[in-house]
Each structure stands twice: as structure tokens, then as C-alpha cells.
Design a protein around this ligand. Structure first.
Ligand code: HAM
Length: 420
């Protein structure tokens, strides 16, 4: 665990400010959850047979004989708060971000500490694959905003409760045939949680699983479609990725899409950030079935990459008008999604409906979010390749072609409402 002294703290502050600005553009609000939670929260969500729960948690019994644990990650606490505080009431999509320390009793080395800091987001309330792409876009935008370009994005799908059991069976058969060649930990994992063998860090085990059966080959139609959709959305907003068929992540709560962002400049601990979908976790912790997806980035690793470099300062008075994109039907959504990413990359806070709601409900959402501008894309606008642009303070409307939108926004901004 490290002390952060004043000169360094100033660098941390810049990283945090950039995280807040990125989250503003993507419509995520901050949540701060306790550093200590009941141990059971982590065993139930991360999973009993994971490295984190088995070996790495700082767990203690308090004076009331209750087992407590310093949070090893942020997702479980956010889901607990989501349920306890009824954040998902009225079927709203909850978009939350957090910044703060996490604790894992790992063997310390470069890029690995026992107290480390994460910046992460969680979006709860939708299974729309576009939200997976949004999450990845946010993570990558943050890193690029800091001037870090040399990163590689890997994605995979780990399937769902319908299709994973068949895969586990095939995988177990493969692993058992080679059981004696695996490390002692993996031999235990083969019995208790075979998926974890795939992310064993022992080089020999890594080599043995190279030719293991691939989960992608046994996905059910729903998971396969969702994975295709995520990849298509990523391509549509020009995010490069590779599919890593053995990427399964070290936490049990994942379903469907998983991803990691690597930097070759980090050395052995080369994962800069990671995340995925966890559509069962809210239900497993006592709530309604709720689609959810998130990521987190290790801030110490970001700082390692920025060593010796100036950290770009967030410019003051950068507040740009906020925009909400509405539309009717699939095609409008896809066109809007591309525009959404373009707007955010230019620093506009922008939002879209992920819940397939009516145009009227989308307009209500735009109002609730206090949007300065609404884009409306109906059938006519799709045909003409543009949007109806509406200034919310005056009610003024006009058609703008997609290619002209950035110019119009620069040259004809709306009267900006007072920001608090
Ligand atoms: P994770 O992969 O365990 O995922 O951690 C995310 C990132 O935290 C890693 O990529 C790494 O940069 C950083 N990290 C992890 N352990 C350490 C350590 N000991 N020292 C320094 N940095 C570390 C999660 O934590 C999930 N909660 C991500 C997520 C959010 N999935 C869905 N929502």
C-alpha cells in the first residue's frame, strides 16, 4: 500500500477530473459506496472459487462477530446499493461511476498493489448490446483523452446460464484428459470451477489451454446474436478490437460480453482495464432480473503509463450543450448511436434511450435530463440522412444533415442554461 505525496496527488487529481468529465459526456453520475461490506456480498458475487475470494480478501471479524471485508472491487457494492436504495425504481436505467481505493492481498509487484484505485462505471437496467459498446467506448475514450493510444482491446462472450453448462462439460472433459500436467491450483479448479483454469497465470497452464474448446462455439442463439451485435456496434463507432476466445475474466458474475484493455507498455501486469456484462448478479443478490454492464480501470497502471509525461489538464469552462438523441426503430437507433459517439468524442454530453421506449417517452427522458438540444430521427430523417434538431429553450426546430451537425453545433449553439 502506498502513500501519495503532494506532487503526485496533483497528478491523481487530474486523472480524476478527466474521469468526471468523461462520465459527464456519457451521462454517468457518481456513486460512493463504503470501503467495507459484509464478506458474504463478495463471496456471493465474485464467487467462492475465485482467486480474489479464496486468497486475496482482507477479511476480519468485528466486535459484533460479523465478518467484514475491505472491498476488493466496486461492482458488488454498487449492486448492493442499487438494490438497497431502490435506484432502479420505475425501470429507469441507472448509470453510475465510482473512483476510489480497492484492496486485494496479492503479491505486490510493478502495477500490482494491495491498496489500488479504480475508476469504473456500472449501467444497470438494460441488456441492450449497444450499452456494452457504450461502456467500452467510455473506457477507451478516457484512456485516449489522457493521450494513451498504445492499447489493445480484446473481447469475448462467456455465454449465459443456458449455454454455459454444456461448455463447462466439454471443457472439463478436455481438462481432465490432461489433469496431471496442470498446476496444483488448476487441478482443484478443474473440479470446482473449470472456467478459472482458462485464466491461470502459470505459463505451462496457459500453454495447455491454448487448444481447449472455445466457448464461442457453443453459445446459444441469444448470446451469439448479442455478441455479434456488440461487435457490430464497436465497428460502427470505429473501435478496433480482437476476439480473444479464451478470455473469461477472473470473477464469476459475468455473462455474455467480457473485455479487457491491455497496454504492451505495462510489463507483466498488462491489463489496464476490464469489465463485462453481469445480467444475473442483481437477481442473485435478491432483486429482479436486471441487465447490467460495467468496467473498471486501474489508476496506478494509468499513472505508470503516464510516467514522465504531462497529464493533460481538463480545460475550464468546457461545458458544452447537452444533447439527447431520439428516434423510431432499429435503423434510427443505429444511426443515432454512431452520432452519439461522435458527439461525445467532441466533448458534448449526449444521451440516448437504451430501453426501446416510445418517442414520447424519449422526449420525456430528454426533458428530465435537462437536454439543451434534442435530435429527432424519424422515417423522413432516415431517408434524408439527418435529424430534426430542436433547441429545448426556444422550441425552435430545423432539419440538419448528419454531415453538417458538428458545424451547426459549433456555429449555432443554443442559449446555454445556467449550470450549477
Ligand atoms: P478486475 O479485472 O479485477 O475487474 O480489475 C480491473 C482493473 O483493476 C485491472 O484491469 C487492473 O488495472 C486493476 N487492478 C486489479 N487488481 C489490481 C492490483 N492489485 N493493483 C493494481 N491494479 C489492479 C474488476 O474489478 C471488475 N469489478 C470490473 C467490472 C466492473 N466488471 C464489471 N463492472
Amino acid at each position: 500500500m502506498a502513500d501519495i505525496l503532494p506532487a503526485e496527488a496533483a497528478r491523481w487529481e487530474r486523472l480524476e477530473r478527466r474521469a468526471r468529465l468523461t462520465c459527464l459526456c456519457f451521462g454517468y453520475g457518481e456513486i460512493r459506496t463504503p470501503l467495507v461490506e459484509p464478506t458474504e456480498l463478495f463471496t456471493r458475487s465474485i464467487g467462492e472459487d475465485t482467486d480474489i475470494v479464496e486468497k486475496e480478501m482482507f477479511t476480519f471479524t468485528d466486535a459484533g462477530d460479523k465478518s467484514l471485508t475491505l472491498r476488493p472491487e466496486g461492482t458488488a457494492g454498487v449492486v448492493r446499493a442499487y438494490l438497497e436504495r431502490n435506484i432502479g425504481a420505475r425501470r429507469q436505467l441507472a448509470k453510475l461511476f465510482y473512483l476510489g481505493p480497492m484492496f486485494r492481498r496479492e503479491k505486490p509487484q510493478a502495477g500490482r498493489r494491495r491498496q489500488f484505485h479504480q475508476f469504473g462505471t456500472e449501467a444497470l437496467g438494460s441488456s441492450n448490446p449497444a450499452l456494452d459498446a457504450e461502456t467500452i467506448d467510455l473506457m477507451v475514450s478516457y484512456v485516449r483523452g489522457l493521450g494513451l493510444e498504445n492499447c489493445r482491446l480484446a473481447v469475448n462472450s462467456v455465454g449465459c446460464r443456458k449455454c454455459r453448462p454444456a461448455y463447462i462439460e466439454t471443457l472439463t472433459r478436455y481438462l481432465k484428459e490432461r489433469e496431471s500436467d496442470f498446476c496444483a491450483d488448476c487441478r482443484k479448479r478443474i473440479k470446482r470451477n473449470p472456467l478459472r483454469v482458462l485464466d491461470c497465470k502459470v505459463p505451462d497452464c496457459g500453454q495447455l489451454v491454448e487448444s481447449a474448446p472455445r466457448i464461442a462455439d457453443t453459445l446459444c442463439p441469444g448470446c451469439a446474436d448479442d455478441f455479434e451485435a456488440v461487435k457490430a456496434y464497436l465497428r460502427s463507432i470505429s473501435l478496433e478490437f480482437t476476439v480473444s476466445p479464451l478470455l473469461v475474466r477472473g470473477l464469476d458474475y459475468y455473462t455474455g460480453t467480457v473485455f479487457e484493455l491491455y497496454s504492451p507498455d505495462l510489463g507483466a501486469q498488462d491489463a489496464l482495464g476490464a469489465g463485462g456484462r453481469y445480467d444475473n448478479l442483481v437477481e442473485d443478490l435478491g432483486g429482479e432480473p436486471t441487465g447490467a454492464v460495467g468496467f473498471s480501470i486501474g489508476m496506478e497502471r494509468v499513472l505508470m503509463l503516464l510516467e514522465g509525461k504531462e497529464i493533460p489538464e481538463v480545460e475550464k469552462n468546457e461545458r458544452k450543450p447537452s444533447i439527447f438523441l431520439t428516434g423510431l426503430g432499429d435503423e434510427a437507433f443505429k444511426m443515432n448511436f454512431i452520432l452519439l459517439a461522435r458527439l461525445r468524442r467532441k466533448g458534448y454530453p449526449a444521451g440516448i434511450d437504451y430501453l426501446g421506449r416510445s418517442l414520447k417517452a424519449q422526449m420525456r427522458q430528454a426533458n428530465r435530463q435537462n437536454a439543451d438540444i434534442v435530435f429527432i430521427r424519424g422515417g423522413d430523417e432516415i431517408d434524408k440522412g439527418g435529424v430534426q434538431l430542436k433547441y429545448m429553450s426556444t422550441g425552435g426546430e430545423k432539419f440538419v444533415a448528419d454531415k453538417d451537425i458538428m458545424e451547426i453545433l459549433e456555429n449555432e449553439p443554443p442559449p446555454v442554461k445556467d449550470s450549477e
